[in-house]
Design a protein. Structure first.
Lengths: 661, 222
């Protein structure tokens, strides 16, 4: 299996090269789809295996290894990447840079997941970062998208540096994972490595306060790339977190390691869900919802660490299963939603909800797929997002079993935050669907939009199929992760699965998606029958109720836009109530002059607080450092020589100091 | 090969003598004496290369020795001495800076060179290890000379000392191809020629060879 995966990686590199030369961009996408299918298959089959590649630095070959954890995340990658690559083949990517970057991006993610040593992991991670940056930058030669790409590159470089430092603290370069496991770090080295890896992988995953790039960069890329970045790339960062914190650092680490992860995860979930309610771009709404889901997964990982440190392995298994299952579900529904958003933007010509509306009539397939995805993202049972959140809440509710009072309080706070984030996420999805697909078209372009066709239709149907499978087969799928859970918890407990349902022990709660679906269907059928019996015996045609709209005036054949809520208007209640937590708001009122026919206006500008709190001080510090460095230019000649000489002597002294045995 | 054997001892004697001459160069005040010391170091380098050629049985090192003798021992010092003699008497001396700190710093640099080079070359033959440490010390002393002197000619002398250290390291390693030594020597020769022309220009334009004079004439000053 690993040989086939290695060949697939090589094939993706070749496709990237061909794409760079301008050959067969479409076949590059089809090749990527084939590779993605192979990744998903490898994820399903799993099986421990190790393979040394015939290349690498002197003395240390690059090593691939497939174990249950990497197989699970490989499955996530395949589930996201297969429909995304089909969408790319349907015309989602254009130009040589994107045709080259797309297979390389996929190969980088797979390499990071399959890595069996530190160097391979870093190589894959950096290839993933750089290729995704190139894909964002290639679409925007200038303007706001280019600035987003630059911001993203800055954060990616920071993340790569932190990860490099953290992994270097864990092991000598070239050391395989097995060697690190055999001699796990201890004391301050372990804590420093944990902090650095948390910074590095966390900023790549978009954890607070390094989330600023994510709602800007993810929507700026092409649709299939957005789907991959939101659905899979952030999961690779979480995989690195799980791999280092659970696996490589060994089972003997203290439980408080989970606390920062929990706090950051809860804050990120709230922040992302809140921002998803106020964004004005459908892809940005989805990107902010990614922040929310990422925070939930990180919260679950932190909770599992906390429980594991307290020797409560069954509860740690529940929390870890929640993280893994939600990672898969989020990949499935977020990929689907991004593909829907891309189809809407392509067919209806805009990503601004104020220029869309009523698309359910002309785009039934896209609207149905988006409804499925949104119901999953809103964590409604029995859809895909519910199982993971249910497991997480169940684990959080068991927080009283911890002896430590501080940990209990932290878990209680996290429980409140997770519940609130789930509610806010549902509100955001409601707003998205209502503005884009329901109501009436707000522009002629939206009224004339056509449904997705051809390969794009195949991609959407496939993504919807994955999403439905993740919902109904949550039990058997989590059974696949049993090996990963057992391995990360030292074999003390497995995933909480019983047959087709999720089960927390004999006397504990149970969740059977098929039963919930059956009950819902039965209820709907009964309701339908009751309505039929109680209602009029024969159908009667009458004037359609216009959903409360006024009849359109003659000069506005598609209705007056003012009679429908706008995106900003739908966001207003939540923005007023909670917005100042995450956003710096500026409202400008321009009342109508007495007697004038112009309407009064309320204009709202919102900006993430992180810009003022993190980026502005950084920019000031850079300017100050620049001024200081400028003074070096005016040094006399002798001082220049002395500076170079002093640096040389300093480095030699460092070498002499470090060279001591 | 180790202490007490003739090949080892003579190589060390020659290397140590070169290091001693480096100290002399650092402390020397008159430019004529600086060129003399430089010539002495060149001759010692030629002897060291020839001795290494004899010990290692490598014929091409004799060629290196010949080049070193001709260029380092005779040619370059003679040119420098002529340039120094053309200067007005007041400028034929160049203050080496405060002597005691410079000497102490130089001694510290030698210790540092040994601290770095000896552990770093673990596994290499003993002869090469100590040779490389001495060469690194000579190189650092040359850099120190360039950093502490103000006169252009003295700085050129510092540069040439650094190059001597490089060549000494190169001849000490068995099996180093001749082309590396030749190209290094050629490179430094070119640099020395440029530096000489520069020093001459400096003297003609400003009537002195103090490089601090240049500071007023650099561009981009705000």
């Amino acid at each position: 299996m690993l040989s086939a995966l290695g060949l697939a990686l090589g094939g993706l590199l070749g496709l990237g090269l061909a794409g760079a030369l301008g050959l067969a961009a479409r076949w590059a996408a089809f090749g990527a789809a084939a590779a993605a299918a192979l990744f998903a298959l490898a994820g399903l089959l799993g099986g421990p295996a190790v393979l040394d590649l015939p290349l690498g630095p002197p003395g240390a070959a690059l090593r691939l290894s497939l174990d249950p954890l990497s197989a699970w995340f490989l499955l996530v990658l395949g589930v996201v990447a297969l429909p995304a690559a089909l969408m790319a083949a349907a015309g989602g990517i254009a130009g040589r840079a994107e045709a080259a970057g797309f297979p390389l991006f996929l190969a980088g993610m797979a390499l990071a997941l399959l890595a069996g040593d530190v160097l391979t992991l870093l190589l894959g991670f950096e290839a993933m970062s750089l290729a995704s940056w190139a894909l964002v930058a290639a679409r925007h030669p200038a303007g706001a998208g280019r600035r987003a790409a630059r911001l993203y590159l800055g954060f990616a470089a920071f993340s790569g540096l932190c990860l490099l430092g953290g992994l270097a603290l864990l092991a000598a370069p070239g050391a395989g994972f097995a060697a690190i496991r055999a001699a796990p770090p201890e004391g301050w080295r372990a804590a420093a490595a944990m902090a650095l890896v948390l910074l590095g992988a966390g900023s790549k995953a978009g954890l607070l306060p390094f989330h600023l790039w994510l709602p800007l960069a993810h929507p700026a890329a092409a649709t299939p790339v957005s789907a991959l970045m939101s659905g899979a790339m952030v999961k690779v960062a979480l995989y690195v977190l799980a791999r280092v914190l659970f696996d490589l650092a060994g089972p003997a680490q203290p439980g408080w390691w989970g606390a920062p992860l929990m706090a950051l995860g809860a804050a990120t979930a709230l922040w992302g869900a809140l921002r998803a309610n106020t964004e004005r771009d459908i892809k940005a709404i989805l990107a902010c919802s990614t922040l929310d889901n990422l925070g939930v997964i990180a919260l679950a990982l932190g909770l599992a660490l906390l429980f594991r440190g307290a020797d409560l392995s069954p509860l740690a298994a529940v929390a870890l299963s929640a993280a893994l299952l939600h990672a898969l579900a989020h990949g499935a529904f977020k990929g689907l939603l991004f593909l829907c958003a891309g189809a809407v933007a392509e067919r209806a010509g805009s990503r601004d909800p104020d220029r869309l509306g009523g698309l359910i009539h002309n785009m039934p397939l896209v609207a149905g797929a988006a409804l499925l995805g949104a119901a999953s993202a809103a964590a409604l049972p029995p859809f895909a997002g519910f199982a993971g959140e249910w497991l997480l809440l169940q684990a959080l509710l068991q927080g009283w079993r911890l002896a430590d009072l501080a940990a209990q309080l932290l878990i209680a706070a996290a429980l409140a935050a997770a519940a609130m984030a789930a509610a806010l996420a549902a509100a955001a999805m409601l707003r998205l669907i209502g503005l884009v697909f329901l109501g009436r078209p707000r522009t002629p372009r939206a009224a004339g939009a056509g449904d997705a066709a051809g390969l794009a239709r195949v991609a959407l149907l496939l993504a919807a199929l994955f999403c439905a499978a993740a919902a109904l087969l949550a039990g058997p799928l989590l059974g696949l992760a049993d090996g990963a859970v057992a391995a990360l918890l030292g074999g003390a407990a497995g995933a909480p699965v019983h047959g087709l349902s999720l089960s927390l022990g004999e006397a504990g709660a149970r969740y059977a998606p098929a039963a919930v679906l059956g009950a819902l269907l039965l209820l709907a059928a009964l309701l339908w029958r009751a309505v039929r019996r109680a209602g009029a015996p024969a159908a009667q045609r009458g004037p359609a109720w216009d959903c409360g709209f006024q009849p359109p005036p003659a000069h506005l054949p598609f209705g007056d836009p003012l009679t429908q809520p706008s995106a900003a208007g739908a966001a207003q209640p939540l923005r007023r109530a909670l917005g100042p937590l995450a956003l710096a708001l500026r409202e400008a009122q321009s009342p109508a002059a007495p007697g004038a026919a112009a309407p009064a206006r309320l204009q709202v500008a919102a900006r993430d607080r992180g810009f003022g709190a993190l980026l502005a001080p950084l920019a000031r510090a850079r300017r100050r450092a620049g001024h200081e460095a400028e003074r070096l230019r005016n040094l006399p000649l002798g001082a220049c020589l002395a500076l170079a000489f002093g640096t040389l002597v300093g480095l030699l002294a460092l070498l002499a100091g470090l060279g001591r045995p | 090969m180790g202490l007490g054997e003739i090949g080892y001892d003579v190589a060390h004697l020659l290397g140590g003598a070169m290091l001693l001459v480096s100290f002399v160069l650092l402390a020397q005040r008159r430019l004529e004496a600086v060129t003399g010391a430089l010539a002495l170091q060149g001759v010692l380098l030629a002897l060291a290369a020839a001795w290494q050629g004899h010990v290692q049985g490598a014929g091409q090192l004799l060629l290196t020795a010949g080049i070193a003798l001709a260029a380092k021992g005779l040619g370059i010092p003679l040119v420098l001495r002529r340039m120094a003699a053309a200067l007005p008497p007041a400028q034929r001396a160049d203050a080496p800076g405060p002597l005691a700190p410079v000497m102490l710093g130089a001694a510290g640099l030698v210790a540092l060179a040994f601290l770095v080079a000896v552990p770093a070359t673990r596994g290499a033959p003993v002869l090469a290890r100590v040779d490389i440490a001495i060469a690194l010390a000579i190189l650092l002393l040359g850099a120190l000379m360039m950093a502490t002197r103000r006169g252009a000619l003295a700085q050129v002398a510092g540069l040439l000392t650094m190059e001597n250290g490089l060549i000494l390291a190169a001849v000490g390693v068995a099996g180093m191809p001749l082309v590396v030594e030749l190209s290094t020597a050629g490179l430094v020769l070119v640099v020395a020629v440029i530096a000489g022309v520069f020093a001459r220009q400096l003297g003609e334009r400003f009537g002195a060879q103090d490089t601090a004079l240049l500071d007023r004439h650099r561009g981009e000053r705000r």
